[in-house]
Design a protein around this ligand. Sequence first.
Ligand SMILES: Cc1cc2nc3c(=O)[nH]c(=O)nc-3n(C[C@H](O)[C@H](O)[C@H](O)COP(=O)(O)OP(=O)(O)OC[C@H]3O[C@@H](n4cnc5c(N)ncnc54)[C@H](O)[C@@H]3O)c2cc1C
Length: 484
Amino acid sequence: MPEMDLPKADAVVVGTGPNGLAAAIRLAQAGWRVVVVEAAATPGGGVRSAELTLPGFVHDICSSVYPMGVSSPFFSSLPLSDHGLEWVLPPAALAHPFDDGTAAVLRKSVSETAAGLGTDAASYQRLMAGFVPRWRELVEDVFAPLRWPHHPFLINKFGMRAIRSGRGLARSLFKTERARGMFAGLAAHSMLPLEELGTAAIALVLNLSAHAVGWPVARGGAQHFTNALVSYFKSLGGQIITNCRVESLQQLPRVRAVLLDVTPRQLVQMAGDGAFPSQSRPAPGWASYRKKLERFRYGIAAFKVDWALSRPVPWRASDCALAGTVHLGGSLDEVCEAERSPWQGKASPRPFVLFAQPSLFDSSRAPAGQHTAWGYCHVPNGYAGDMTAAIEDQVERFAPGFRDCILARSVMGPAALEQHNPNIVGGDIAGGAPTLSQLFLRPTASMYRTALPGIYLCSSSTPPGPGVHGMCGYWAAEKVLRCQ
Ligand SMILES: Cc1cc2nc3c(=O)[nH]c(=O)nc-3n(C[C@H](O)[C@H](O)[C@H](O)COP(=O)(O)OP(=O)(O)OC[C@H]3O[C@@H](n4cnc5c(N)ncnc54)[C@H](O)[C@@H]3O)c2cc1C
């Protein structure tokens, strides 16, 4: 394949997801000339928005809620507000409604949240008190690859709980269905069966972040988060070329480093026989490295619906209107059941639904008085069925009359998500299953470094894994800088 005609650069980054942009920014900060190429027409990967339904209704196509974005040690060090990013913080991060018409509400205040958890109030306060005040120290170690921690006692205390299964920790900490159900919903973000060891980790991270920094959305839509990153990157001299898909590494010019914001399967395709850069023989070690990449397991998928609504969602529990995110799944047992199904190869008839209602707090996303909503559930990888009715049934269960508010909807199953972004392999939004064995040494023990000289991975298929925090890109760039 002919070499691409790119501007002169020290590094080329392939992909403008948050990790690609983080890597590009870090290298540009170090004085490197960096060019980023992106297959899509717009930058951002999983952080983009568009009028998916009707004119005037702005929807976040993939991610929408950014506790990890504001917690990220790297992103929080950047002057993104000077580049147009404004965070909008709903009064409560999360509501978890139940069939009795009430909801557990995760508020900024630990004590106010605990007060809503009945007899579990004291346990909840004890759990949070140990970590919330030290959140910034904790994230330094949580959002990092395996290394000697900066705060060993704190991370050890956290790790003892985080290593548990979401179900096990919920049952041992709490007695009420309210607290257990809310914790289960948080653990379900792991996209693993809640009986798996380590699924408590994501629940704790999300729970603590709600008190420490909140769960914001970007004013005007997710694209504004990306636009701020792009604008800052360009202010450092960086260049971005969109509508430019890299099919083969042979198309890339000789530069000091190439960083790929792609998943292992795409790296295998792009590398071909591993003869890169422009060598006649494959790089030593490529064959065994390639086998390891081929063994990397992708996880379950997302099935997503976006709605344009004529009015706010008519929640039975009025507290749900305070929260940017609403978890629809009921009790601990029910959430566990729903999350097990996709791993057993079937879609749950009563799926756990992650639901966001950003326009309630950001009026720029919809025409006056009207609203947007965003929701998805988990399905088997590559699932070809339609979950629209099952998702809307769950919303209707906690908000009777929801269907009457729908003006239009956009539906994206696994295939449509992958079509939108090739990193969403079979609908897997985590860049590979974040199981314990694939979380720390991801996708192989060499993490960011590949077997190909000068070629690095920087996507969420590397540590610390999925979510919009940019730390995979940051650490990949650090690796590049250390290897020079
Ligand atoms: C439906 C959904 C909801 C989500 N919700 C949240 C949320 O609310 N909060 C949160 O923190 N996270 C959320 N996530 C996860 C989050 O979006 C991802 O973890 C994150 O975007 C991963 O970033 P990345 O940079 O690794 O890759 P991506 O964001 O996937 O970006 C990869 C980029 O590389 C480009 N690319 C790939 N191959 C090539 C190629 N060959 N040539 C050129 N360009 C290429 C792609 O087009 C894409 O732009 C969600 C994801 C989805 C899909």
